[in-house]
Design a protein around this ligand. Structure first.
Ligand code: SME
Length: 162
């Protein structure tokens, strides 16, 4: 997937999510879409902040760890920083949570809205160094499009950032 593809991929996300405006539908479609367009990955999906923890949302891949405490793993760190994390070698990341021992690299993007974090979108690969800067920017842009088109119920939690 190339950064040049952004306009086409954004249009495809718009077509998949545009009409519904429903969190579960849009998150399911988005996870399946990323799974279908990104090669060499073994997991793609959401964790949403609910009752103070990251709880599993729609995903593609093997069953995953749930819940994740906010002070644990790459996902918890991503929430606390409010910034995308690109981990080239998960074995070198202290406290990485190995849901699947086959995972070797990871890209986690926070779901930011009005200065608060609502959860993360997480992608894992069995290939070390699988994700580069161009693809990080592309996934961040597509997650932004998902957020633009998706309402989050008030009842879901959020992590306020300074
Ligand atoms: N690797 C993550 C846990 C989630 S799974 O990869 C699906 C982490 O360390 O936060």
């Amino acid at each position: 997937m190339m950064t040049d593809d952004l306009a086409l991929l954004t249009a495809q996300v718009d077509a998949l999510l545009g009409e519904e405006g429903d969190l579960l539908v849009n998150a399911s479609q988005f996870a399946a879409f990323i799974w279908s367009v990104l090669p060499r990955i073994n997991w793609a999906g959401f964790y949403f902040l609910r009752s103070g923890k990251l709880r599993l949302g729609p995903f593609q891949g093997k069953p995953a760890c749930n819940p994740i405490e906010l002070d644990r793993g790459v996902c918890g760190r991503c929430v606390q920083l409010g910034e995308p994390l690109l981990i080239e070698d998960v074995r070198a990341f202290e406290d990485h949570i190995a849901c699947d021992p086959a995972s070797r690299s990871e890209l986690v993007v926070p779901l930011m809205a009005d200065g608060a974090c609502l959860g993360v979108f997480d992608i894992d690969s069995p290939e070390p160094g699988r994700f580069g800067d161009g693809e990080r920017q592309l996934v961040v842009a597509l997650v932004g499009e998902f957020l633009r088109l998706t309402p989050f119920p008030e009842a879901l939690g959020h992590y306020p950032l300074p």
